[in-house]
Design a protein around this ligand. Structure first.
Ligand SMILES: Cc1cc2nc3c(=O)[nH]c(=O)nc-3n(C[C@H](O)[C@H](O)[C@H](O)COP(=O)(O)O)c2cc1C
Length: 360
């Protein structure tokens, strides 16, 4: 079966976005069981945890699911760079009553070891974000029995993934919550809205395209499918789901968010990501270009974000969310997927009437 055929065979062409910090295996299983496709965010797992996590999902559903890795580059920053970054963070740590952390030995999981473990575990779909695999790595995943999806913020990135042998492109628009996937251009060149991105990627590559960014309900699903997407990937729409793991402080901030709540920021992680504006984001805006690149800054702010969460203080947490997050609603993830599909069908019928395609 081709990847296009797999997407076509899904009862509901809605993929749950992998969300480090906001989703775990329960959401993946719930969405796949409901007829969509869940994606397990494995980026923070140690290589030896990946196989067992995938086995545990397999044990709970026969339906297809995906597993996602963030491709963190190996980082060995100069000690002076780490000192400078920690000095910038010192007042924030002090406010939380914490010592500034020691220099970490490691800034992220070892991607090559994670990829090896993922390839061995051979999930039905493997998706990747922040960089690009080599043709040999894609071939190894294919030989193991996984389809490969590459995340792109631009047509150039989609073309690069097609050339590397990917089976599908996740086209992530500027509206999207969380980290943006860009790896070829700078953030400005990579800030393309979902509608423009999906249409131009479809024109450029002969692969199924999954639309991501700003899709919050069935109307968005219908719009993306009308544009030619083979499926959609939704993240923010699940942030208040029963299975979401983002916790009460983040969720309360989402519930209280005004319409224009989100901004792109580099301050938390050293890579642009979209989240609710808060005091850390505002006060760090002027120096955000100076912080060390991902994953270094991400690691250095980790203890601050965790302590703020524990203290119930949303002002120093990375509250990732997309531009349309005010439309997020609570509920069981599986029911949400079924509701959105019913809404998409209604939207398609209304469109058929409007265009005269309904006949009569
Ligand atoms: C809290 C959060 C965490 C995310 N973590 C990941 C991740 O681990 N891997 C990834 O490829 N994308 C991640 N994303 C981005 C999503 O895959 C997707 O592109 C985005 O949610 C789509 O836009 P939307 O939030 O408007 O639906 C994350 C998004 C959010 C909101």
């Amino acid at each position: 079966m081709s990847f296009a055929a797999l997407l076509e065979s899904l009862p509901i062409p809605i993929l749950q976005a992998p969300m480090v910090g906001a989703s775990f295996d329960a959401m993946t299983v719930a969405v796949s069981q409901a007829g969509g496709m869940g994606t397990f965010a494995a980026a923070t797992l140690a290589p030896d945890e990946i196989g067992p996590a995938i086995d545990a999902i397999r044990a709970r559903t026969d339906a297809p699911f995906g597993v996602n890795l963030l491709m963190a580059p190996p980082a060995s920053p100069a000690p002076a760079e780490v000192d400078a970054a920690l000095a910038r963070l010192a007042p924030w740590y002090a406010e939380l009553g914490l010592e500034v952390p020691e220099h970490p030995n490691r800034f992220s999981q070892d991607f090559d070891a994670q990829l090896e473990a993922l390839t061995r575990a051979a999930p039905p779909v493997a998706s990747f974000t922040f960089s690009i695999l080599t043709r040999a790595q894609v071939d190894a995943l294919h030989a193991a029995g996984s389809y490969v999806v590459g995340t792109a913020n631009s047509v150039a990135e989609a073309r690069a993934w097609a050339e590397a042998g990917a089976d599908g492109i996740c086209a992530q628009g500027f509206e999207a919550g969380g980290h943006h996937a860009y790896f070829l251009g700078d953030i400005e060149a990579s800030s393309v809205g979902t509608m423009a991105l999906v249409a131009t990627v479809l024109a450029a590559v002969d692969l199924p395209v999954i639309a991501a960014g700003g899709i919050m309900d069935g109307r968005g699903v219908a719009a993306a499918l009308a544009l030619g997407a083979a499926a959609v990937q939704m993240g923010s729409a699940f942030l208040l789901a029963d299975e979401a793991t983002n916790g009460p402080t983040w969720q309360a901030a989402l519930r209280a968010a005004p319409d224009d709540a989100t901004r792109l920021t580099r301050a938390f992680s050293g890579r642009y990501a979209r989240g609710l504006q808060n005091r850390f984001l505002r006060e760090m805006a002027a120096v955000q270009e100076e912080v060390p690149a991902y994953p270094v800054q991400n690691r250095l702010t980790q203890a601050m974000r965790a302590a703020a969460d524990k203290a119930g203080d949303p002002q120093m947490m990375s509250l990732w969310a997309g531009q349309a997050v005010t439309l997020a609603r609570p509920g069981p993830a599986g029911e949400m997927v079924r509701l959105w599909w019913a809404q998409a069908q209604e939207a398609a019928q209304a469109l058929a009437r409007r265009t005269g395609a309904a006949g009569g």
